[in-house]
Design a protein around this ligand. Structure first.
Ligand code: CMX
Length: 141
């Protein structure tokens, strides 16, 4: 089942520029950064500097290669919101429930997401034009 909003993912051409923008204008600071080769991204998770620690995160996503999901998104749509991500407690179970309701999941089995999480996606054409990410948090999160 879906538990809460995990993060909203925003495609950006340059991660360092975007990090400075979000820090200076909105007071959102990076709590975690990593490169995910399989997904073709360099990414950062942002939280409000002195905000509610349970806040949903903002994820900045910069492409490692032009033919990656984020590279293609930037080409087609320019910078902006690319995905809406929900925390789930059991990703296999939630994926199966959504498949049974007729939604296409992008992966047959979960793949590796941020900070050891396991992820899958609902195709945007089956979710009202929104790329929906399911996130089962990694151990300790
Ligand atoms: N949000 C909403 N609609 C989207 C979309 C998005 N992010 N990406 C593509 N679409 C739409 C396209 O506009 C297109 O619509 P039209 O047919 O009306 O023009 C349609 O979906 C299909 O487009 P496509 O050419 O098949 O799209 P892509 O080849 O770009 O693939 C997708 C789209 C969702 C399958 C691909 O982006 C994907 O595999 N995403 C999952 C992985 C991902 O996003 N990784 C980066 C984040 C990593 C992380 O979160 O850790």
């Amino acid at each position: 089942a879906i538990r809460r909003i995990d993060h909203v993912g925003i495609a950006v051409p340059d991660l360092d520029e975007a990090l400075a923008f979000y820090r200076d204008k909105f007071g959102l600071i990076s709590e975690h950064e990593e490169v995910n080769e399989e997904q073709g991204v360099r990414e950062a998770m942002l939280v409000p500097a002195d905000g509610d620690p349970t806040s949903g995160r903002v994820q900045l996503l910069a492409p490692l290669r032009p033919d990656s999901a984020i590279g293609k998104f930037l080409d087609r749509s320019g910078p902006g919101i690319q995905q809406m991500a929900y925390t789930v407690d059991d990703i296999e179970k939630t994926s199966e429930e959504l498949r049974a309701k007729g939604l296409r999941l992008l992966y047959d089995a979960p793949r590796r997401g941020t900070a050891g999480s396991r992820i899958n996606f609902v195709h945007p054409k089956d979710a009202g034009g929104v790329l929906v990410e399911l996130v089962e948090p990694g151990p300790g999160h």
